[in-house]
Design a protein around this ligand. Structure first.
Ligand SMILES: O=C(O)Cc1cc(O)ccc1O
Ligand SMILES: [Fe+2]
Length: 464
């Protein structure tokens, strides 16, 4: 039976569309009509604008949302920087190591303690650039053993966060409403949006995330593919407004029981206020959190010969200032048919001017062995700028000798890649403290690659 949004609790009645202009009101009449900021907004609410681009950004890039809330979000005591204990270096970065070696990680540990929530369980594994310049990316592994406290909220001033759950569904309450994000689904929480992550059904959660310090994700151009295909705009889902009302008679009335944690230049700050930050009764705009079910991806590939570039599997792209070159592409490798004739079907051996960070949500990957020491769900790999990589020796031999019948690859599997034009550095946590780096990755994968050369052909004149 297909699950429609009406089979889910009311808080999950999403609105559909990518980069659409949406509006939602949890109380009838909360949205002003015909203007954004009336002298007295309806229902005694405050109007607050949340900008995702410069006010003057061109129309096609401009992103903003008007929030209608019980109290404005400025009404909080000052933030103070969290201690090193509460803001561990594993989360905020520290030194980055830029190294040309291919790297692969065993599956990352689940949260070691039930005291770890989504925020304290975020580990920066790799990154490039600088949030203060609004340039670059951060790549995270998260592992949470408990839900965030009902009275806590988190936001990042550093960028938009793309979350890729690998195990355990996340029930995310945002200022804009709720989103249930399960493995094989993803979501994006824009810069500045406050949210609270719960573990759906209380199950521990683990996954990957990419923070985009510059710009926003777009859908890739479709070129000759035409007007549909890959990730279709209508399959992206935004929350509907949902609020709570806990507040006194003024902003600072009552005990400071609501904690708000901010990530600001990869440093954590906290404040506490008496009123809930989840008090948005209505909103309208095109700057909002959204989710997407990867199962809806319309996968396209070669129906004649040769293995196409993986860009055909791009779900979302964060462009740099140079057309066709992404600061980050989010690419998936979903189940698909391979029918190429006289073709080496898995990925070719290659060196890429882009860096490739890969993870595995479930199943296996057609160019890499699974099992102990292989590429397995919950693990990762990094092939940095110009670091040679490709199928491991066994996968190569298998594909070289395979009978080329139409074959479905990746059934029950989904690998993904964060591909970036930037050279990516690995954090201390990623290289050492996580204790997951596979020391023998290169030898294990390519040590046994055989020479198939059949000897000199032609005139041999080039031996001169
Ligand atoms: O390296 C990888 O496994 C990712 C990848 C997949 C593919 O089909 C083509 C190029 C590429 O980098
Ligand atoms: Fe690659």
């Amino acid at each position: 039976m297909p699950v429609t949004q009406f089979d889910l609790p009311e808080k999950y009645r999403y609105q559909n569309g990518f980069d659409s202009y949406l509006e939602s009101e949890a109380s009838p009449g909360a949205l002003p009509i015909g203007q954004n900021s009336p002298q007295k907004p309806p229902l005694g609410l405050y109007a607050e604008k949340l900008s995702g681009t410069a006010f003057t950004a061109p129309r096609h890039e401009n992103k903003q949302t008007w929030l209608y809330r019980i109290l404005p979000s400025c009404s909080h005591p000052p933030f103070t920087e969290l201690s090193a204990d509460a803001s561990p270096e594993s989360m905020t970065g520290g030194k980055l190591h830029f190294i040309p070696n291919q790297l692969r990680w065993d599956p990352f540990d689940h949260a070691s303690s039930e005291a770890t929530d989504f925020v304290s369980g975020l580990h920066l594994i790799a990154g490039a650039g600088d949030p203060t310049l609004k340039q670059g990316i951060g790549i995270y592994i998260y592992a949470a053993g408990k839900s965030m406290d009902e009275r806590s909220a988190f936001y990042s001033a550093d960028g938009d966060l793309l979350i890729v759950p690998q195990e355990g569904a996340l029930d995310i309450r945002t200022e804009f409403g709720w989103m249930l994000v399960r493995p094989l689904e993803i979501c994006v929480i824009p810069r500045g949006v406050r949210y609270q992550v719960h573990l759906a059904e209380g199950k521990p959660a683990r996954g990957y995330a990419l923070e985009l310090y510059q710009g926003h994700f777009i859908l890739p151009e479709l070129g000759p593919i035409g007007s549909n295909g890959l990730a279709n705009a209508r399959d992206f889902q935004a929350p509907v407004a949902c609020f709570t009302t806990d507040c006194g008679t003024t902003a600072f009335d009552g005990p400071n029981v609501y904690n708000v944690v901010a990530k600001f230049n990869n440093t954590l700050f906290a404040t506490a206020q008496p009123h809930t930050p989840f008090d948005v009764v209505a909103w309208h705009g095109n700057y909002y959190p959204y989710k997407y079910d990867l199962g809806r991806f319309n996968t396209i590939g070669s129906i004649s010969y040769d293995h196409p570039d993986p860009s055909i599997f791009t779900v979302l792209s964060a462009p740099s200032d140079h057309v066709g070159t992404a600061v980050a592409d989010f690419v998936i490798f979903p189940p698909r048919w391979l029918v190429g004739e006289d073709t080496f079907r898995p990925p070719w051996y290659h060196r890429n001017t882009m860096s490739e960070f890969m993870g595995l949500i479930c199943g296996g990957y057609d160019a890499k062995k699974g099992g102990q020491g292989g590429f397995v769900p919950g693990g990762a790999s990094l092939h940095n700028v110009m670091s040679g990589h490709g199928p491991d020796a066994d996968s190569y031999e298998g594909a070289r000798n395979a009978e080329l019948k139409p074959a479905k690859v990746g059934g029950g599997s989904c690998a993904f890649m964060f591909e970036s034009c930037l050279m990516v550095g690995v954090t201390e946590w990623g290289l050492k403290k996580c204790c997951k780096v596979q020391e023998a990755y290169s030898e294990h994968s390519w040590g046994g690659v055989k020479v198939h050369w059949t000897g000199e052909g032609g005139s041999g004149s080039h031996l001169l």
